[in-house]
Design a protein around this ligand. Structure first.
Ligand SMILES: CC(=O)SCCNC(=O)CCNC(=O)[C@H](O)C(C)(C)COP(=O)(O)OP(=O)(O)OC[C@H]1O[C@@H](n2cnc3c(N)ncnc32)[C@H](O)[C@@H]1OP(=O)(O)O
Ligand SMILES: CC(C)C(=O)C(=O)O
Ligand SMILES: [Mg+2]
Length: 514
């Protein structure tokens, strides 16, 4: 497939080993969409399924074979003639068909699972590989549980497979048992010791039981493997397979240490990952490398400040390189002034120093009680802050609302620089609040509208309250926002009273009474 000594073939098994993740079965149509996306991503080989497993798998392999123009399409098969026949039949229309046949070589698997002697297994390797090779020029053979196989027997098995016509030799770490050093040495020694090893491409297939799948795959490449088997988002049996996107971005980002290259169009990684996640229903964990929601998101002030000055301070690859538009500066309790200022700029605000500091203080206070701060939360903070530069300002509050006594509300206010306390009972805490606050005015405001809505999502969302007051034909709308709906309601009422005072003053300055 390639003569370049550092070119690594990417064999994607999302549709076969990936689909072996519990609950990840895909429909025919979904498999076709994923196969097309994988071709656009630039993978070299797509393992489309296990033809003998079911009629559905057979149809998927067969239709993917017809659909794809460039990519090799592969079917898995046991070391059995009927499996291989079924695989060959499914791949009939593929431009580049590959039959992948496997058998276990570890003592544990041979004795307990296959219940075959090592000699019987050797005979099966020869028979299955040569049978497959008669049907297809491109034959891959895997020694299942290769990393727990005795060294001499492993070499002998591989020698037999190559002699029988295997063009790719895959040495799977089926149960995710090996370590990077061990696997690299194993790969190197196989290539050095097996006769005719230059006639085949060596391949790695790692599982993630110890979280080492990607590290092991890269180590195997350093040991001489030139095919990597992997899946999108690392899905696969048990803890999954090596994640394609992590291996590829390690190669791209660390060319100095890992001078390997592939055909992958990295800019297509994010959309392929999202497609696989949506068709399998398997959500990608937020802190997953490369494709997790937080992979290019920064919340801490020091990091955000660094990012704003030079993104390379905290990002070793660009979001664009994996197909994302830009990094995200997430506003939260760890954010600092630089990021807050940038966020305000994005939202169209240009605040003076005092106004900025006041909004920042409020933002920090809100972030202490609310997990996620959305843009609307920040807009509400600034608007709220602007409202507070008013003649009457709510400073403190207390509500009683239980089943043993009438509800009551008490407020501390600053009215033109003077501290005042007002209090009232009522039919529920909102009614008590409005009655208490109404004592601050000599006028007769009439409540026309009381409306509450959540600014953002979640039970800790800020409530935004609108209060409409009418007095002598003059109507004002007051607004208030707070994580506590009762406080937001009181703020809205005070804001409406402030506006009413301005309106009264405009028409009859002498009658200004509050
Ligand atoms: C490490 C891996 O990922 S291997 C791939 C695993 N994937 C799958 O198993 C998914 C698809 N599998 C299936 O649909 C089914 O298991 C089938 C169609 C392959 C076989 O189904 P069944 O005939 O009902 O057999 P079952 O799955 O119960 O048992 C597996 C049989 O295959 C044998 N077997 C397992 N691996 C191999 C092999 N590589 N070569 C030959 N025989 C094998 C087992 O010893 C067992 O044989 P037995 O029936 O003589 O005891
Ligand atoms: C069939 C083989 C390649 C496999 O998936 C494994 O050993 O993990
Ligand atoms: Mg596997």
């Amino acid at each position: 497939m390639t003569n370049d000594k550092n070119r690594v073939i990417i064999f994607d098994t999302t549709l076969r080993d990936g689909e072996q993740s519990p609950g990840c079965s895909m429909t025919l149509n979904e498999k076709l969409r994923v196969a097309e996306a994988l071709e656009h991503l630039g993978v070299d080989v797509i393992e489309a399924g296990f033809a003998i497993a079911s009629n559905g798998d057979f149809d998927a392999i067969s239709q993917i074979s017809q659909l794809l123009k460039n990519t090799s399409v592969c079917s898995l098969s046991r070391a059995s003639f009927k499996d291989i026949d079924r695989a060959a039949e499914a791949l009939k229309k593929a431009v580049r068909p590959r039959i992948h046949t496997f058998i276990s070589t570890s003592p544990l698997h041979m004795e307990h699972k296959l219940q075959m002697t090592p000699e019987e297994v050797i005979g099966r390797i020869h028979d299955s590989v040569s049978y497959a090779r008669n049907l297809c020029d491109d034959v891959e053979w895997s020694c299942e549980d290769g990393t727990r196989t005795e060294e001499d027997f492993l070499y002998r098995s591989i020698e037999v497979a190559i002699k029988a016509g295997a063009t790719t030799i895959n040495v799977p770490d089926t149960v995710g048992y090996t370590t990077p050093d061990e696997y690299e040495i194993m790969m190197r020694k196989i290539i050095e010791n097996v006769p005719n090893s230059d006639k085949a491409i060596f391949s790695t297939h790692c599982h993630n039981d110890l979280g080492l799948a990607v590290a092991n795959s890269i180590a195997a490449v350093q040991g001489g493997a030139r095919q990597v088997e992997c899946t999108i988002n690392g899905i696969g049996e048990r803890a999954g397979n090596a994640a394609l996107e992590e291996i590829i971005m390690a190669f791209r980002t660390r060319q100095d240490a890992l001078p390997y290259h592939t055909n992958i169009v990295t800019e297509n990684i994010t959309k392929t990952s999202r497609l696989v996640s949506s068709v399998t229903g398997l959500e990608v964990q937020h802190n997953k490398a490369i494709v997790g929601a937080n992979a290019f998101a920064h919340e801490s002030g020091i990091h955000q400040d660094g990012m704003l000055k030079n993104a390379e301070t905290y990002e070793i690859m660009t979001p664009e390189s994996v197909g994302l538009k830009k990094s995200e500066l997430v506003m939260g309790k760890h954010s600092g002034r630089h990021a807050f200022k940038e966020k305000l700029k994005d939202l169209g605000y240009d605040l003076g120093d005092n106004e900025f500091m006041s909004a920042f203080t409020r933002f920090k206070d809100l972030a202490d009680v609310k997990k996620t701060l959305y843009d609307d939360d920040i807009i509400a903070i600034v608007d709220e802050d602007r409202r507070d530069n008013e003649h009457m300002k709510l400073e403190s509050w207390s509500f009683i609302c239980d089943s043993w006594q009438p509800s009551s509300a008490t407020f501390g206010l600053l009215v033109d620089g003077e501290n005042l306390t007002v209090s009232s009972k009522g039919n529920g805490p909102v009614d008590a609040s409005f009655k208490a606050l109404r004592t601050l005015t000599d006028g007769e405001p009439h409540l026309e509208l009381y409306q509450v809505h959540a600014v953002t999502r979640g039970t800790d969302a800020q409530a935004e309250v609108t209060v409409r007051l009418e007095e002598n034909g003059k109507t004002v709308n007051g607004h208030g926002a707070h994580v506590d709906t009762l406080v937001a309601s009181a703020k809205a009422y005070v804001n409406a009273l402030n506006k009413l005072k301005v309106k009264r003053a405009k028409t009859a300055p002498e009658a200004l009474t509050l």
